[in-house]
Design a protein around this ligand. Sequence first.
Ligand code: RB5
Length: 146
Amino acid sequence: MKKIALGSDHGGFRLKELLKQRLEQEGYAVRDFGCATPEPAEYPEIAFALAQAVAAEPEEYRCGILCCGTGIGMSIAANKVKGIRAALCADCFSARMAKEHNDANVITLGERVTGPELAWEMVKTFLAAEYRHGVHEARVRALTEA
Ligand code: RB5
């Protein structure tokens, strides 16, 4: 089974821990890229490590989930890694579109923005969604090749 890569800094630590628990309860295999405690952590380091793994081993990872205070720093950092399409989402419609239209391979969430139950709904929505291919292919290819 492909793993879900999970990561956070201190600003997203509690949300990351909650998502890890829920995903494991649902039977998903999870790899936790840290941080391991609520002490201050550097979001670029965690985002780069996770994004590099997801981009390098698509057969190993189904997707990545990154949490920080706003989700912004994690999305900026993850999108610097070639092959990563990280979507910062704060609603379920965006979480679905991120997969259907953008074939996002990472979703980023803000613990200080999005409540835990909405975040969990968004993760379930993202995981259930399927890339629509078709007219989106050329656009996604352009992103990948940039
Ligand atoms: C940490 O305080 C905060 O800056 C970080 O979690 C994140 O929101 C950055 O984008």
